[in-house]
Design a protein around this ligand. Sequence first.
Ligand SMILES: [Zn+2]
Length: 261
Amino acid sequence: MKNKLKNFGLCYIFLISFFNNAEKFGDPGEIIAIKASSDDIDKYLTVEINESLYKLIPLPFEKQNKSIYVNDEKININQKDFGESRITIKNNSMVNLSKEDSDRAFKESKIIQKALNNYSKFLVPDLNFISPVEGVISSRYGKKRYINNQPRSPHLSLDIAAAEGTKIISPSKGEVILVGDFFYSGNFIVIDHGFGLISTYSHLSSVLVKENEFIKKGQKIGEVGSTGRVTGPHLHWTVYLNKVRINPESIIQENFLESLL
Ligand SMILES: [Zn+2]
């Protein structure tokens, strides 16, 4: 009997270690939750789910069919077909840029990049995001993009079409870290939610917040418009975690945190 128990115990230990070492898989653009230790708190966005501590790791779109490593843990990123989106932009100067416009767009991309790199480690993000606007999804995350039949970078954002002037709210609390009028994005807002979680809002007709302003979840930040390079009024909404663009539809689903387990 004693031996049987011992065998059972060994078998149990073997199974536990087998499952702990089992390779992890996830879809591109999603977030994966990995058990965290107290050392991780300063380095990662960590959350408590069902009384255990997890660190949240974004899975980059570009790493499909490849693996990433977090400390010693291997995470495999699946290949996924997100479909394609073909749009026509009649204004040729918005597609084949003049020297002046391409210089402007380049300068602006540096300003935006700088903002994305400077997130706060003091703000603790509220991960229960709500949708920033009521409308119809017109282009999902991950679509292969063609503009006037020319292949472009994939669309790693969510487009929500709504009438010009429809209110846009902040999906979570945060600090406004950039407001501007940019060549591609038009009137544009960047919100820092803390610990590498950042969201951006493009093509607005009006902006109601200022840089360095702290905003609450649900606060009106602007209105839907068609500024910058667009085919019609919509919100182009991008969400970053640690500079990786993630699928905004995932973070607004109900029970988002529980869905990560
Ligand atoms: Zn878009």
